[in-house]
Design a protein around this ligand. Structure first.
Ligand SMILES: [Zn+2]
Length: 406
């Protein structure tokens, strides 16, 4: 695919990493993000992350948890904050969800406010609800409002299980409210089910690309979204990466596009009936919101759109080739038909000629017979039929009587 595009986050993205990389700054009460490989560095001029943690000034974002104990930096692991010895992590039931949700909202909020196209927009995190005239209301996780409130973009970050019907209701709500809704799912938990070999549709999934970081199963919710023309996206807030679903399509056997020279397939969004797809990872900072198509555009999505156009162009060219072949075949058939007709006409003329000759010969023969019969009529009967007996009277005495009277 787009191997020429560097993906700085690629090696670590979507590994289901749950290390805590966000902390609440005790001074400002703002969330602070610890970039990878920066655990030993300064948090701000003059203060290192370690020093700040040692002073108890960096708190776990989980409500009621308390300050972190240390910064874990070293080895291959993602640099992160750790709780003090003796105070363990969080309850696995709610911990990951709350943390992911918090991180996701924080990462999105900072991305919107630093995005060149949305720099002058107003940002709301979890506070301003959208209300419809009929009284229905929803509070998006992150809401970006353009100057003059002409455009609103709602970001919904979804960790907990959601049914296709529930999503449809919420999606329709935003559509009715004229708000662009962007859905981002967790890179672990219920929205991230790794797919294994032996899946159906292996032909589409077999050929993978180094830029595709994982292969996940597509549950009913994602399939519903795809049917509605919405491409589901995943967010890994730890690496600030967005995951785009990709499947490699090969033209079905017998279809016109099949015989294209050097065909490698097309990288497109998965079809709704596919049970799995690949995930391509792109840094959030390289994404933007397309207000026209109402979607978050990742670099992988840009490639997908180009691939979609390539597929269309190839199919059109193949169709043209096919119709040209059809035209040529028809012309050849027509020529063959004409030739056959000419041959048949020649044969029939020859047959008629032979029949006429035969007829003439028969007529000549009959004529001959008739002439012979007529000639025969001219000969006296006596000559035709010489007498059996001597009728001379009296009988010639020379002749001996063969009978004698009594
Ligand atoms: Zn904690």
């Amino acid at each position: 695919m787009n191997a020429q595009q560097p993906r700085s986050h690629r090696p670590r993205a979507f590994t289901q990493e749950k290390a805590q990389v966000l902390a609440i700054d005790g001074m400002t009460e703002q969330l602070r993000y610890l970039p990878d490989k920066h655990g030993d560095d300064e948090m701000e001029p003059g203060v290192t992350w370690r020093e700040h943690v040692a002073k108890g000034m960096l708190l776990c974002p989980m409500p009621g948890c308390g300050p972190f104990g240390r910064v874990v930096a070293g080895g291959d692991r993602r640099h992160h904050f750790a709780h003090p010895q003796g105070r363990g992590g969080h309850d696995h039931g709610t911990g990951p969800e709350t943390l992911w949700h918090l991180s996701a909202k924080d990462v999105l909020g900072r991305w919107v406010s630093s995005h060149p196209r949305m720099a002058d927009w107003t940002l709301h995190i979890d506070d301003v609800p959208i209300t419809l005239p009929d009284g229905r209301r929803r509070r998006p996780d992150v809401l970006a409002v353009s100057p003059g409130e002409t455009t609103k973009v709602a970001f919904e970050v979804q960790y907990s299980e959601l049914t296709g019907t529930e999503w449809m209701t919420r999606h329709a709500f935003y559509r009715d409210a004229g708000v662009v809704d962007i859905w981002l799912f967790a890179h672990h938990g219920p929205h991230w089910k790794t797919a294994f070999a032996g899946q159906r549709r292996r032909r589409e999934l077999l050929q993978s690309d180094p830029g595709w970081v994982a292969t996940v199963q597509l549950g009913p919710l994602r399939q519903k979204m795809l049917r509605e023309g919405v491409i589901p996206l995943w967010l890994d807030p730890t690496t600030q990466t967005v995951g785009t679903p990709i499947a490699r399509f090969h033209p079905a056997p017998g279809r016109p596009g099949e015989h294209r020279a050097g065909a490698t397939g097309y990288d497109l969004p998965p079809h709704a009936r596919f049970p799995a797809c690949h995930i391509a990872a792109d840094g959030l900072e390289r994404c933007h919101v397309d207000l026209e198509t109402r979607e978050l555009i990742t670099p992988s999505r840009v490639v997908q759109r180009a691939e979609g156009h390539r597929l269309l162009a190839d199919e059109e060219a193949a169709q043209e080739r096919a119709s040209e072949a059809t035209r040529q075949r028809r012309a050849a058939e027509q020529a063959k038909r004409r030739e056959a007709a000419a041959r048949a006409a020649a044969e029939s003329a020859e047959f008629e000629k032979q029949a006429k000759l035969r007829e003439e010969a028969a007529r000549a023969k009959k004529e001959q017979e008739r002439a012979a019969a007529a000639a025969l009529e001219q000969v006296p009967l006596i000559e035709q039929y010489p007498p059996l007996f001597d009728h001379s009277d009296p009988p010639s005495p020379a002749k001996t009587r063969w009978w004698r009277p009594w």
